[in-house]
Structure formats: structure tokens, C-alpha cells
Design a protein around this ligand. Structure first.
Ligand code: PMP
Length: 356
């Protein structure tokens, strides 16, 4: 028997799952992780906390993760309180819960592609219709055209990703404000890469007090160097959190996850201590790629989109042969490289020089 023989939903037939390759190679620059592992003192602290909580694992976790949400609110600042913060297993689960509560059959979500591939996948998974609003050739979002797309489609949910994956493009607050003014439903600003923004690019968190239909999502998977923990979160009006309680599974966030996330937040200085170096390396990578005569998108994230290669698959494969895994993603002819350690970036540059 194969998949087609199963009585799955008609709208899932012929679809492909999310599929960043997980291959064992020396230089992994394909999923925008922070390349620096936790220090021994963090690992020791984590092990100690897990030992302390393990004795209570016969009990369900705190269903509402109240202490973790208070810690996250404190970390985010902007005067946020625990009831304005919600957490789940990665921001992917946060996004799924948003779609479950505000999308669904007969409803529409609008995004601006190229953008994060999971937005349309989660939209489809919740039987919500996906509409693509498209970006300009340089991957920016023209505010007037974005507003026109909102007015034309009247979506229940708008996705704005800032900085955007896979292009690295950050949005001016004014664009977000104008979309919020035009949108009839919820506006999700996916800020998975917020900590990597260049100077002077503000976060949408500052818009929350005036905009009860705004949701800002964040993650500990990127700058926070905790991708393996699976902890994503959002900030929004408390009523939005109440809506998500209607769809979340009870006890969705395990005691171990909550413990690990709280330990990580205590060690925030160490974990976020690598961000400045990664941003510097990102800027150097942009400059270096341009010096090779390549076209490179401006980036406010921990990755760089570059091209253009009539046969990008061939370039991707030749880099892989040299032990460097990057990502074949985004518009045709472009490739994306995540920012790794200095040694990994040197290996990437050497491999790409060999390929070019
Ligand atoms: N949003 C964006 C824009 C992303 O790039 C990613 C990860 N690639 C996510 C959300 C989800 O990350 P996580 O589930 O690990 O929080």
C-alpha cells in the first residue's frame, strides 16, 4: 500500500511535507540555527534543574506554563505581562494554534512570498485557503501594494515575516501599521529572527498596545541557540491568548521543555552573547559574496540569500560534495546560507570559490 491508497483528506493529496534535508556533513549551514552549543555551566544548570523536576514527572506539567510565560514577558520587555504571552513547541506550533483559532474551512490567510514555507503548509493543514501577495523584485514589500492585496482578499489572517525567511528582509514599522489599519482580521508578525536585525530596525512589539489584533511570534530556536528545546512564543492581547486556549492540546508543553526554556532564559546573556558576532559575520558574508560578483539580498537575519545560478541544484550539490550543506530554498536561481562559526564560514567560502 502507498500513500495514495489511504483515505486521506482530498486537499492533502499530492502535497509535499516540510523537508530541509538532515544530512550528516562537517559544515551544517542549512537551517538557520545558532552554531554555538551551550556552555558547560548552562548544561550543568540544566541537568540540575531536570534532576529536580524529574521526581515530579508522574504529574502533568503546568498546563498554562505560567512561570515560563512570566519569564518570557520579562525577557521581551515593552511592559508585557504573562497573560499577553503564550508558548508552545516551537513557533511552528504557535502558528498552528493561531491558524486553528482564527483560520479554518472557508477562511483565508495571506502571505507575501517568497517567505517561510511553513506558513502555507500550516495554512493548508488547517483547511485554510492560502493567498500569495508577492514581493518586489528586491524582496521588499511595497506598503501600498500590500494594503491593496489585503483589501482585495479580505484575509482572516495576514502573515508578515520580519526579518523574512529566506530573503532576510526586515519590514519598516510603517508597513506593518498600514497593513494593520487595512486588515479585517488578525495580523501575525513572525519575528523568528528579530534578534539579528541591524541597528535602527524596530520590533513590532512596540505596536501591541494600539493593535489588539496584532500577534508577534518569536522563538528560542535561532538567536537563543535552543533549537533542540522546541520553544516558540508569542505576544498579543490577553484575549488572543484566551482564543488559543480553545485549540491547544492540554499539557502540550512538557515539564522538561518548560524547565529547559526557563534555564535558558536565566542564561540569556550567554546565549544571546553570540548574536553580535553572528551579525558581524553575516555582514561580512554579504560583502564577500558581492565581491565574488554574486547578487545578494540585504539581510537582517542570521542567513544570506544569494544567486543567481541558472542551475542552483548543481551548485548546492557541489558544495555538499565539499562537506558544506546549505539550503536550496526560495525563488529559483537563489541559495541560502546560514551564518555559522568563523571556521564554518571559512569552509563555506573556500568551497564556494572552488565551485565558482
Ligand atoms: N518562523 C520562521 C520565519 C522560521 O524561519 C522558522 C524556522 N525555520 C520558524 C518560524 C519556526 O521555528 P521554530 O518552530 O523552531 O520556532
Amino acid at each position: 500500500m502507498n500513500l495514495d491508497d489511504l483515505p486521506i483528506r482530498d486537499d492533502l493529496r499530492g502535497k509535499s511535507p516540510y523537508g530541509a534535508p538532515q544530512i550528516e556533513v562537517p559544515v551544517l549551514l542549512n537551517t538557520n540555527e545558532n552554531p554555538y552549543p551551550p556552555s558547560k555551566s548552562l548544561v550543568d544548570d540544566l541537568a540540575e534543574e531536570v534532576r529536580r523536576t524529574a521526581g515530579g514527572l508522574n504529574r502533568y506539567p503546568d498546563r498554562d506554563a505560567l512561570e515560563l510565560r512570566a519569564d518570557l514577558a520579562d525577557f521581551l520587555g515593552h511592559g508585557l505581562r504573562a497573560e499577553q504571552v503564550w508558548a508552545a513547541n516551537g513557533s511552528n506550533e504557535v502558528l498552528q494554534q493561531i491558524l486553528q483559532a482564527f483560520g479554518g474551512h472557508g477562511r483565508t490567510a495571506l502571505g507575501f512570498e517568497p517567505s517561510y514555507s511553513m506558513h502555507p503548509i500550516i495554512t493548508g493543514g488547517t483547511s485554510t485557503e492560502w493567498v500569495d501577495g508577492l514581493r518586489e523584485d528586491d524582496f521588499t514589500l511595497d506598503a501600498a501594494r500590500a494594503v491593496a492585496a489585503v483589501e482585495r482578499h479580505r484575509p482572516d489572517i495576514v502573515f508578515l515575516t520580519s526579518p523574512n525567511n529566506p530573503t532576510g528582509t526586515a519590514l519598516p514599522l510603517e508597513t506593518i501599521r498600514r497593513v494593520l489599519a487595512a486588515a479585517p482580521g488578525m495580523v501575525v508578525v513572525d519575528e523568528a529572527y528579530a534578534e539579528f536585525r541591524r541597528e535602527g530596525v524596530p520590533s513590532a512589539l512596540s505596536l501591541l498596545p494600539e493593535h489588539p489584533r496584532l500577534i508577534v511570534t518569536r522563538t528560542m530556536s535561532k538567536a537563543f541557540a535552543m533549537a533542540g528545546t522546541r520553544l516558540g512564543y508569542l505576544a498579543a492581547h490577553p484575549a488572543v491568548v484566551e482564543a488559543l486556549l480553545l485549540v491547544r492540546l492540554p499539557y502540550h508543553l512538557s515539564t522538561l521543555t518548560q524547565t529547559a526554556a526557563r534555564v535558558a532564559l536565566r542564561h540569556r546573556e550567554e546565549l544571546l552573547g553570540t548574536v553580535d558576532a553572528l551579525r558581524r559575520s553575516r555582514d561580512e558574508t554579504v560583502t564577500w559574496l558581492r565581491a565574488q560578483g554574486l547578487t545578494v539580498a540585504d539581510s537582517d537575519a542570521n542567513f544570506v540569500l544569494f544567486g543567481r545560478f541558472p542551475d542552483r541544484r548543481a551548485v548546492w550539490e557541489k558544495l555538499l560534495e565539499r562537506g558544506v550543506l546549505i539550503r536550496e530554498v526560495g525563488p529559483p536561481e537563489w541559495l541560502r546560507v546560514s551564518i555559522g562559526t568563523d571556521e564554518e564560514m571559512a569552509a563555506f567560502r573556500a568551497a564556494l570559490e572552488g565551485v565558482l
